[in-house]
Design a protein around this ligand. Structure first.
Ligand SMILES: [Zn+2]
Length: 237
């Protein structure tokens, strides 16, 4: 069930409570993008609190944003929309049944770039949502399957977080992350290995914090297609 919500109503509480979000709103949301559609979605997929729909210039969210973590996530989704409108992002062609892989792949390329921007310019505390993602995953992540596509999807997701965690310089949080990685590696050795390979490709063709330009993102995806021939028939750029 989707309910359209007025932006002022949806964002009012976080605009009033968090100066970093307020500043972000005035500098980026107001200046760089026009009308955004907001939907409260009562059937959010598991593990998601919000996501951006670039084609509809919309943000879907589960519960109303209230906390600093929510404010960070909302700013993150707005940045996806802004980057999509301004940069005409990398377009990956794919067979419709592989939407999930492509959705996660696009996020893996974009998320670390967006997060670096939010931390550097607005001082958002990224580790709050990363630590809650760890908590969530510790409860939900199951043993590895034999299915190659699932392993690849899991690897892409983990690579996304490996790149994002490079932005965190808090020792206690990093210890949590290392311990989570050890646990994950034990549970899903193949997905872990794939994540590790993908991070290396991003590093080679982009940089330590991700691949920012379309050209570099293309190189990463091309290198992935080379490395995993099974996706050659599924996606192309
Ligand atoms: Zn994202």
């Amino acid at each position: 069930m989707l309910f359209p919500v007025d932006e002022v109503v949806a964002l009012g509480p976080i605009l009033r409570s968090f100066p970093e979000f307020n500043r972000f709103y005035n500098e980026e949301r107001q200046k760089r993008i026009g009308f955004i559609r907001w939907f409260r979605d009562f059937e959010m997929p598991d593990g998601f609190s919000a996501y951006a729909n670039n084609l509809e210039c919309a943000v879907h969210y589960g519960k109303s944003p209230m906390s600093l973590e929510d404010a960070h996530i909302v700013a993150h989704e707005i940045m996806h929309l802004i980057r999509h409108q301004e940069n005409d992002l990398l377009e990956i062609r794919y067979r419709p049944e592989f939407f999930d892989l492509v959705f996660r792949l696009t996020n893996m390329l974009e998320d670390p770039i967006v997060e670096l921007f939010l931390q550097k310019n607005y001082d958002f505390d990224l580790k709050i949502s990363y630590l809650s993602a760890i908590n969530y995953c510790r409860k939900c992540v199951k043993k590895e399957t034999n299915d190659e596509l699932s392993r690849l999807i899991n690897g892409v997701d983990l690579a996304n977080y490996m790149l994002r965690w490079r932005l965190i310089d808090d020792v206690a949080a990093q210890n949590e992350w290392s311990s989570y990685l050890g646990w994950y590696k034990n549970l899903r050795p193949h997905s872990y290995e794939i994540a590790d390979q993908i991070v290396r490709l991003v590093w080679i063709h982009g940089g330590a914090y991700g691949a920012e330009t379309i050209e570099n993102q293309k190189k990463v995806v091309a290198a992935m297609i080379n490395l995993y021939p099974q996706i050659r028939s599924i996606i192309s750029i």
